[in-house]
Design a protein around this ligand. Structure first.
Ligand code: NAD
Ligand code: UGA
Length: 473
């Protein structure tokens, strides 16, 4: 097979944008076009002002500056890009289903199916179609069925190439990937040729020995399994954090001690207010759904516990705040530092902050939020979505937001005259704040709840704060 000269990616989100930017950066000979139906998003990707890119990631603007307009293009012309490309990545969202069979667990594949149908309708020449989205096992088979039923003249090869980048470190993860995983039809010559075509795209910067090739289903399942294992470690250490708080042990010391065992390793043992992000919960729920579907309820229950523990951790944090503030936060100003699901990203999907805010607002708290990268509109829309999903009308939800949530672009505003500070995201800047000044401006007793264990507890207690960290008795 000749080397690939043109790639299209459907979906210009947190994965499609950065991933294709790096592929284009490292393969100047390949024309890479990223398309999306969301016009605003494409406009933002094309904005001259690199501060306005729709995704905030350290190092992303430099990659965009290098490749955009040279061999990297962002467009809303989906059909044209499909027609021109030899290789098409599908990188659209695959959220948890909110309706019908599998509601609340199974992945909603309607966007992926729409892409497959569109590719089948539009393609006039042979295509390699790459699943970049995270998909349940055997989705490739369903996509193939759509192609076979719709377009008899054109040959399609379907590959699975799950993405393992984490937000906040996406560019570094892409530049120095631990591994690239490519699943394909390894039993046929055409399948192997397609795999090799994708291998050669990555080989421009990833050593061959780090590129793993498997059959499609192993690749699809590996992605769900990797996220389940990572999330499981966080739930495991968070479970221990609850015990530490009761016993006087320190969870960070426990994590450090066990992480030194090379069989356990030190990563993903940071206890927190609970994991968030668009994928851990969705992918585990999907795994749970698949296990039940295949008649394995014990396996399903095992993985579901990771989610149950995570919900417990978020709830525990909110409850600790209410308990400490004399059993009610009604009318009290609680300052939230951070809203993003982790530092160095503007993404808020499934952020613990949303659920903690919700519980405190149910107890009639006044929440004042400051996050260095998340917009006020995003914070409001997160709460609007949660509450309308739960049955409030949009007008009721908006009214509740107006009455209970204030968003500040300056931390001093969010913190002044407050009863308690809650750290929800581990942004580095929070560590260097003038905590003495903040203390002076707060109501007393001044409470601080560190959901990320980033501040120096002893130092803040010396100032006068009543500090509660995660997993510290
Ligand atoms: P996202 O919501 O940020 O982006 C998806 C984009 O696809 C949106 O801009 C949407 O408008 C577009 N889209 C949907 N249907 C379309 C269609 N028919 N035609 C054109 N555009 C369409 O999602 P994301 O975070 O980039 O995730 C994409 C996939 O990658 C998901 O399956 C996710 O599980 C997986 N993933 C995400 C991450 C992550 O860190 N966010 C990491 C690894 C894997
Ligand atoms: C995660 C995986 O790390 C990626 O490999 C995967 O590609 C991605 O999901 C995906 O499929 O979407 P991401 O969610 O972007 O990446 O970020 P993580 O660094 O994994 O953090 C997830 C959540 O866990 C965050 O809320 C973070 O604060 C929390 N976390 C992480 C902890 O509470 N403790 C830790 O030790 C690590």
């Amino acid at each position: 097979m000749n080397p690939i000269k043109s790639i299209c990616c459907i979906g210009a989100g947190y994965v499609g944008g950065p991933t294709m930017a790096v592929i284009a950066q490292k393969n100047p000979q390949i024309k890479v076009t990223v398309v999306d139906i969301n016009e605003q998003r494409i406009e933002a990707w094309n904005d001259e002002d690199l501060d306005k890119l729709p995704v905030y990631e350290p190092g992303l603007s430099e990659v965009i500056a290098e490749a955009r307009g040279r061999n990297l293009f962002f467009s809303t012309e989906v059909n044209k890009a499909i027609e021109e490309a030899e290789m098409i990545f599908i990188s659209v969202n695959t959220p948890t289903k909110t309706y019908g069979i599998g509601k609340g667990q199974a992945a909603d594949l309607k966007f992926v199916e729409l892409c497959a149908r569109q590719i089948a309708d539009v393609a006039k020449s042979d295509k390699i179609v790459v699943e970049k989205s995270t998909l349940p096992v055997r989705t490739a088979e369903s996509i193939k069925r759509i192609f076979d039923a719709t377009n008899g003249d054109v040959k399609f090869q379907i590959l699975s190439n799950p993405e393992f980048l984490a937000e906040g470190t996406a560019i570094d993860d892409l530049h120095h990937a631990d591994r690239i995983l490519i699943g394909g039809d390894i039993e046929t010559a055409e399948g192997n040729a397609a795999i090799e075509a994708l291998v050669s795209v990555y080989e421009s910067w990833i050593p061959r020995e780090r590129i793993i090739t498997t059959r499609v289903w192993s690749s699809e399942l590996s992605k769900l399994t990797a996220n389940a294992f990572l999330a499981q470690r966080i739930s495991s250490i968070n479970a221990v954090s609850a015990l530490c708080e009761k016993t006087g042990a320190d969870v960070d010391e426990v994590a450090h001690a066990i992480g030194k065992d090379s069989r356990i390793g030190s990563k993903f043992l940071k206890s927190s207010v609970g994991f968030g992000g668009s994928c851990f919960q969705k992918d585990i729920l999907n795994l749970v759904y698949l296990c039940n579907h295949f008649g394995l309820p014990e396996v399903a229950d095992y993985w579901e516990q990771v989610i149950i523990l995570n919900d417990y951790q978020k709830h525990r944090f909110a409850k600790n705040i209410i308990d400490a503030l004399f059993n009610t936060v009604s009318g009290k100003k609680i300052s939230f530092l951070g809203w993003a699901f982790k530092k160095d990203t503007n993404d808020t999907r499934e952020s613990a902050a949303i659920y903690v805010a919700d519980e405190l607002i149910q107890d009639k708290a006044q929440i004042h939020v400051y996050d260095p990268k998340v917009s006020a509109g995003q914070i409001k829309s997160d709460l609007l979505y949660l509450w309308t999903q739960r049955g409030l009308s949009p007008a009721e939800a908006e009214d509740l937001i107006d009455r209970s949530v204030t968003i500040s672009s300056k931390p001093e505003e969010a913190l002044s005259q407050s009863h308690a500070v809650a750290i929800l995201t581990e942004w580095d800047e929070f560590k260097d704040y003038d905590w003495q000044g903040i203390y002076n401006n707060m109501l007393k007793p001044a409470f601080l709840f560190d959901g990320r264990n980033i501040i120096n507890k002893e130092q803040l207690e010396t100032i006068g704060f009543k500090v509660q960290s995660i997993g510290k008795g």
